[in-house]
Every structure is written in structure tokens, then in C-alpha cells.
Design a protein around this ligand. Structure first.
Ligand code: AMP
Ligand code: MG
Length: 417
């Protein structure tokens, strides 16, 4: 239960539950209900009473602060019928925290040291409010602070072990295959015959296919007593899907496309230079999101106008006149121009129509030409993306990264297109 009236506005979203769900799954809890409720005693109490009738565990975050609108502690104590005791050690710790920062503890902060009788305190190294652990019948109730930077370390440090104990020793383990360059329907047509039967085997694997922009993810989950036990089931499953989907799978360990490309460039000792038009620098931004990318990214230029392409990259004006700025010859000339300027082995050129204006019957919005050069190898392709402006930009960057990835793969060194 995420408690906080701000989480019911258009300005804040409950992200704590995503983290908590993931952690609960790995120690064997099925998450059956998730709620967001405002700072309101009556509404929170009603939810608590209802959940106590069936849940083994209730986790609440937020509303442990010192002010009057922080009511989580009060609501829980009143539903469980527990009186409060002030914990002197906690008061001292809060006071000390203020002193260390040259401030004086306000009386109001004593509220954070109120402990429903019988509750265990969960230490908060990153804030004033301690967490609380209570048990009521068969249900464990956990109260955690709202700020993610306080909640997450508390969860890791003091909760994980307690919960693993409660969870019965079995956890949910997950592997993610990331795929790009192929539509979801096609990926599923190839993958389904393979993963379908896994749902009914001795240790079942459940598979979800998740399509996000420019990318498909296959999530495989299995319940096992240990990470090793899970690997025995999930390892071969991942490999079977990799064989079926081939080069379209770019990652099985969670890494992002730009990380995979970066690792390949580093491994081969290649440096890259980029000339971007319609992506406006996004491709380079993604390449440089990876720590250590200075080892292989040499330079990048955003050449948006025809004149910039001519002046900075040496694209012949006649080429633009003849084929248009969005064309394979121009993308290739951009890649060649930046590569020559930088003296790198790899050059990339991207030129396209991001929209919403600028499309023609010949070259509608979403037409993007991409050239990737590496040594004597050259790949030049025209894509037809759909979606709004930022979607076209993202897919263009994604396609350029993927072209480079495939080009750097030893198995895919099959010459120019
Ligand atoms: P609180 O513990 O209720 O005083 O929460 C303090 C701050 O933590 C809020 O203003 C939010 O910024 C953040 N917060 C609270 N609950 C959540 C949540 N469920 N997900 C993400 N952030 C949260
Ligand atoms: Mg709050």
C-alpha cells in the first residue's frame, strides 16, 4: 500500500511498489493486490481491515513523517488495537541526527519515535523515521518510509532476510531476453512453440512477451529454492530461445543496446564518429550513457541543415540535389565525412524525417536513412518508422545501434549491402 495524497495527483507516481514487488517475488511472495491511498485514516483503515482477512504480508510505504498528515502509524495501530509507547532510544537517535546537522529537534519529531506496542523497529540509516514490523494473527505488517532513498536501503538491510524466512525458502527468478529489429508478432511466432510447453513441465517457466518502443523483451520466470536451482531450469531455456531467435537477441543479462555495442567496440579496439541529422544527438547521447564510452566514442556532429551537411561533413551539394537530404547516398556521405574528419574506423550517418511535417508521398514521415561504415564494410538502409516525432527519433537511434551491433558480430561479417 502506497500511502500519500501526493500519489493521487497527476504529479507524483508510486514507484516504491515496483521495487518492492521485485524483491518480494525473489523471496517467494506473490503480489496479489497493490493500492495507492491518500493520507486519510478512515480510508487506509478500511483497506487494512479488508487485507488482514486474507494477506500473509502487508507492506506499507509513506506517511511515517512527523507532520499531522502522516497517519500511517496511527491507522495501523488503531486497526490492530495497539497503544503507542515512545521509544527513548529512537528519540535520542533522531535528536542526534538533528544535532549533527547543527539543528535542534522539534517536539513534533517525537511522533516518529512512537511504537505500537510489540512492534519491532527497523533501523533507518538514511532518515529519521524508523520502519516498523508487526504481526497480527497470520499476517505480518511492515511499515516503510516513503522516500525511495530511505525505503530501498532499509528493505535490503533489514527486511530481505526476515521476508525470505517467511516466504518459505522458494523464490521467483527471472531472466530477460532483449530483442530488436523484428516485430512482436514475428518474435512470438518463433518463440511461442519453444516456450509454450515450458508452462507445463516439472519446474514450470512462465513467459511474458513485452513490447516496448523499438524493442521486445521476453521475460522467463521460474520458482526455485535457490539461484542455482533457477539457473538449471532457466539457463537452457534462455539458450533455446537464443538459438531460435538468432542474432535478433542482443542481450540476456539485462544490458542495454548501447552497452552491448560499446562492449563490442571496446573489444575490437574500434573508435566511432557519428553524424546525426533527424536524431539531433540522441544516438550519441545513448552511446555516451555508458560509463567508459570515452574509450570508443571519438566525436559527433549534429548537422541538421543541408548547408551544415555540406560545410561540416563534405556532403556534395549535388548529391543532396539529386537524391534529397533523406536518402541512402546522403546518409553514406555523412558517415564517410565524419569518419574522415575523425580518422576513426567506424562512422555512422543518420538522416530522416521525424515529422509531423516534412513528409512527401515519396518519403513519408518516419522515413530514415542510416549508414554504418566499419573498415571496408558498409551497411546502408532505409527504414520506415511509425509514431510521433520522439518515437521516430528513438527508433532511428535504436536501428543505428543495432546495425552497428550486427556489423561487429563475427558471425555477421558478410559484406556490404
Ligand atoms: P512520506 O514518507 O509520506 O513523508 O513521503 C515522503 C516523500 O517520499 C514523498 O513526498 C514522495 O516524494 C516520496 N514517496 C512517498 N511514497 C512514495 C512511493 N510510493 N513511490 C515513490 N515515492 C514515494
Ligand atoms: Mg506522505
Amino acid at each position: 500500500m502506497a500511502v500519500g495524497s501526493e500519489l493521487l495527483t497527476p504529479f507524483r507516481v508510486d514507484t516504491n511498489s515496483l521495487f518492492i514487488t521485485e524483491r518480494l517475488n525473489t523471496v517467494g511472495f506473490d503480489v496479489r493486490l497493490k493500492t495507492v491511498v491518500g493520507d486519510n485514516v478512515d480510508e487506509l483503515s478500511a483497506l487494512l481491515r479488508q487485507s488482514l482477512t486474507w494477506a500473509d504480508l502487508i507492506v506499507l510505504t509513506g506517511g511515517l513523517g512527523p507532520t499531522a498528515d502522516d497517519i500511517t502509524r496511527d491507522a495501523v495501530a488503531s486497526v490492530l488495537g495497539l497503544p503507542f509507547d515512545e521509544d527513548e532510544a529512537t528519540v535520542a537517535r533522531i535528536r542526534e541526527r538533528f544535532t549533527r546537522r547543527g539543528m535542534v529537534m522539534q517536539e513534533i519529531n517525537r511522533r516518529q519515535a512512537l511504537v505500537p506496542r510489540g512492534a519491532a523497529l527497523l533501523e533507518n540509516p538514511n532518515g529519521t523515521a524508523p520502519g516498523l514490523w508487526m504481526e497480527h494473527g497470520k499476517t505480518a505488517i511492515v511499515l516503510l518510509p516513503g522516500p525511495p532513498r530511505e525505503m530501498k536501503p532499509m528493505f535490503e538491510a533489514v527486511l530481505r532476510d526476515r521476508l525470505a524466512h517467511l516466504g518459505g525458502g522458494f523464490g521467483l527468478f527471472r531472466r530477460v531476453l532483449k530483442i530488436t529489429g523484428r516485430p512482436e508478432s514475428e518474435v512470438d511466432a518463433r518463440a511461442q512453440p519453444i516456450y509454450g510447453p515450458w508452462a507445463h513441465q516439472e519446474v514450470p517457466i512462465s513467459t511474458t512477451i513485452l513490447a516496448v518502443l523499438g524493442q521486445i523483451e521476453l521475460h522467463l520466470t521460474a520458482t526455485a529454492a535457490s539461484a542455482e536451482g533457477a539457473s538449471r531450469v532457466l539457463g537452457p531455456a534462455v539458450r533455446a530461445l537464443q538459438r531460435a531467435l538468432g542474432d535478433d537477441v542482443y542481450s540476456v543479462d539485462g544490458s542495454a543496446l548501447e552497452e552491448v555495442v560499446g562492449a563490442a567496440l571496446r573489444e575490437r579496439g574500434l573508435k566511432v564518429a557519428v553524424a546525426e541529422s533527424c536524431t539531433g544527438g540522441l544516438l550519441t547521447s545513448r552511446l555516451t550513457d555508458v560509463p567508459g564510452s570515452s574509450g570508443y566514442v571519438d566525436r559527433s556532429e549534429v548537422c541538421y541543415s543541408n548547408q551544415a551537411k555540406i560545410d561540416s561533413l563534405g556532403v556534395p551539394a549535388s548529391l543532396i540535389d539529386q537524391h534529397g537530404a533523406v536518402s541512402e547516398p546522403v546518409a553514406r556521405a555523412m558517415a564517410e565525412g565524419i569518419r574522415k574528419k575523425a580518422g576513426t574506423a567506424v562512422g555512422i550517418g543518420v538522416t530522416g524525417i521525424a515529422g509531423p511535417g516534412g513528409g512527401t508521398p515519396d518519403k513519408p514521415v518516419g522515413t530514415v536513412a542510416i549508414a554504418v561504415l566499419s573498415g571496408t564494410d558498409a551497411r546502408v538502409r532505409t527504414f520506415q518508422f511509425v509514431g510521433a516525432r520522439e518515437m521516430v527519433k528513438f527508433q532511428s537511434a535504436q536501428a543505428a545501434l543495432n546495425m552497428l551491433r550486427l556489423m561487429l558480430k563475427p558471425s555477421a561479417a558478410d559484406g556490404a549491402s
